[in-house]
Design a protein around this ligand. Structure first.
Ligand SMILES: *Cc1c(COP(=O)(O)O)cnc(C)c1O
Length: 325
């Protein structure tokens, strides 16, 4: 069951409120993500604790997650209030391991599935594992309502509370009666109407993203120093929201940045991977548990043009620039 909101960070904000996160509490968040995963922690005056990724999925490392939980309990005497893993670029996080650790310490999980609508882990859709999960319908995502997102809840009670908070917390009365702080987080009916239309093309969009990924992998097979984010096993079925490559400069003969500039010179826009949160000026003072996994992915990774409208000729032009020396 889900409730639609104006932005995904509104959805994360409302989920954290319902998980009981208060001023001074700690919330564990994947470091390798977009800032919208972590900003709602700050809205509540809570403290983000960042955890690094593992190399298979680029998502939250379950071993580092446990290390972080144990250390936070030792330092503060309290358990973190929530855990936010992210399914980055559509790749499912290792949910069995993450849920096992979370369950052992009785900490609820809020999935950031903004990029992973339609992805599956062990046959089950991303966004259906946590106590709450959020999806994004921003313009650049798998489907769009121009802007907006959804909070996926486990039952009608949570969905009702979400709707209440998202519409200025109006109590049940003929006049305007308020006993809670509310938010104007609802999606407009016009955007929701666009979303209903987009649901009809969701499967096509996912198929197109996956096809683009396959074409890149076929055309760049054997290019020295170029590797891809790939499903680590048949347990993982990414929607391939974006096709991401890693550039090993020693083998490729050029760096990620050389390649990005070469693309730019050909009027092709590419982007480095998300810069990890623990390296961001706004978050650098907060605890971080990890090594250099996400930092090194950031240094050598590049997102290639992946829009479903990308035609074969344009894709071939992108591939040519990668192969150019
Ligand atoms: C896009 C994105 C968000 C934010 O979604 P909006 O709908 O733009 O607020 C949050 N987390 C991740 C990982 C994202 O990629």
């Amino acid at each position: 069951m889900s409730k639609i909101s104006a932005f995904i960070l509104a959805a994360i904000h409302l989920a954290l409120i319902q998980l009981g996160v208060r001023w001074g509490d700690e919330v564990i968040c994947q470091s390798f993500t977009f800032s919208a995963s972590a900003n709602p922690i700050m809205y509540l005056g809570a403290i983000p604790v960042f955890v690094d990724s593992e190399r298979d999925t680029w998502n939250m490392c379950p071993v580092l997650l446990e290390e972080a939980i144990r250390d936070r309990i030792a330092v503060t005497g309290k358990r973190p209030r929530a855990i936010i893993p992210v399914h980055l670029y559509g790749m499912p996080a290792k949910m069995d391991e993450i849920l096992e650790v979370a369950g052992r310490y009785e900490i609820p999980v809020l999935e950031d599935a903004a990029e992973a609508l339609g992805s599956r882990y062990k046959g089950r859709f991303c966004g259906t594992f946590g106590e709450f999960a959020c999806l994004s319908f921003n313009g650049n995502k798998i489907i769009t309502t121009s802007g907006g997102g959804a909070l996926v809840c486990c039952d009608a009670v949570d969905a009702g509370v979400t709707k209440f908070l998202a519409t200025q917390a109006r109590d049940d009365a003929p006049h305007y009666e308020h006993s809670h702080v509310g938010y104007n987080y609802r999606l407009s009916n016009i955007c929701a109407g666009i979303g209903r239309g987009q649901m009809l093309v969701l499967d096509q969009h996912i198929a197109a993203r996956r096809e683009i990924n396959t074409k890149y992998r076929v055309l760049l097979a054997g290019s020295p120093g170029i590797s891809f984010l790939e499903n680590p096993s048949s347990d993982f079925e990414s929607n391939m929201w974006l096709t991401c490559i890693l550039v090993d400069p020693d083998r490729a003969g050029f760096t990620r940045e050389d390649l990005r500039l070469r693309m730019e010179a050909q009027n092709i826009e590419t982007r480095p991977l998300w810069k990890p949160m623990h390296l961001q000026p706004i978050f650098e003072e907060y605890p971080f548990y990890g090594n250099d996994t996400s930092e090194s992915l950031f240094n050598i990774g590049l997102c290639l043009p992946s829009h479903p409208g990308l035609c074969d000729d344009t894709l071939a032009r992108v591939v040519d620039v990668v192969k150019m020396k």
